[in-house]
Design a binder for this molecule. Structure first.
Ligand SMILES: [Zn+2]
Length: 209
């Protein structure tokens, strides 16, 4: 998955859907402002997209070179990526809370779809065909297209009851609960769940001691 020089690891991809994994590049949001944010530059966006398997190593290098030659556009693309990420978060955190997603977030997602879907292509795959994305382009935002499509597919095809919001301290990661009993609570029990439980236990024992 991740390249050696890439700080993203498997623990960053527990959302069960690439659009939720993208939302999970930030955590601990308060009033829309994340406490931690893994995507602060266009290079961060490329590195994450590589780790997520959205682009090849060669594509990552090519996007890096294109961004160096078009720095203003790279910054604009980063801004749009962050807007998209927060739109995805707004839609699915509302879904997880059993609320209707905000209309402005749905409108923003529709606008993003309008830009992404014209780049969708059919390609030969084995003896049949598969959906793919045009690769004859110098667009800096090509890694956003599959994320946008995935968000739309998740919204239309996934049982909303299966969309979850992690209650961990400073977390708020989103994930698809595909467990058989439908009772997955944490983004990752081994890290987030245990950390939160340990903290609560520590606070309780301090309060009573
Ligand atoms: Zn969590």
């Amino acid at each position: 998955m991740a390249d050696e020089d890439n700080r993203w690891s498997e623990g960053n991809f527990v959302g069960g859907d690439v659009s939720l994994d993208f939302a999970n590049t930030a955590a601990g949001r308060t009033d829309g402002v994340p406490l931690t944010d893994g995507i602060k530059t266009y290079a961060d966006l490329v590195a994450w997209s590589r780790a997520a398997g959205l682009i090849s190593k060669a594509e990552a290098r090519r996007l890096g070179r294109l961004a160096d030659s078009r720095p203003d556009e790279a910054v604009e693309t980063l801004d749009r990526a962050i807007d998209l990420r927060e739109t995805v978060f707004a839609v699915f955190s509302a879904t997880a809370a059993r609320r209707h997603p905000p209309e402005d977030a749905i409108a923003a997602l529709n606008e993003a779809l309008r830009n992404a879907l014209p780049n969708l292509r059919l390609a030969h795959a084995g003896s049949g065909f598969a959906w793919t994305w045009r690769d004859d382009t110098d667009a800096l935002d090509s890694m956003l297209w599959p994320i946008i499509r995935a968000a739309g597919t998740l919204l239309t095809e996934c049982d909303p009851k299966r969309i979850r919001y992690c209650p961990g301290d400073d977390c708020g990661w989103l994930f698809v609960d595909s467990s058989r009993n439908g009772r997955r609570r944490w983004c990752d029990m081994r890290t987030c769940g245990n950390r939160t439980k340990a903290k609560r236990h520590y606070r309780k024992s301090r309060a009573s001691g």
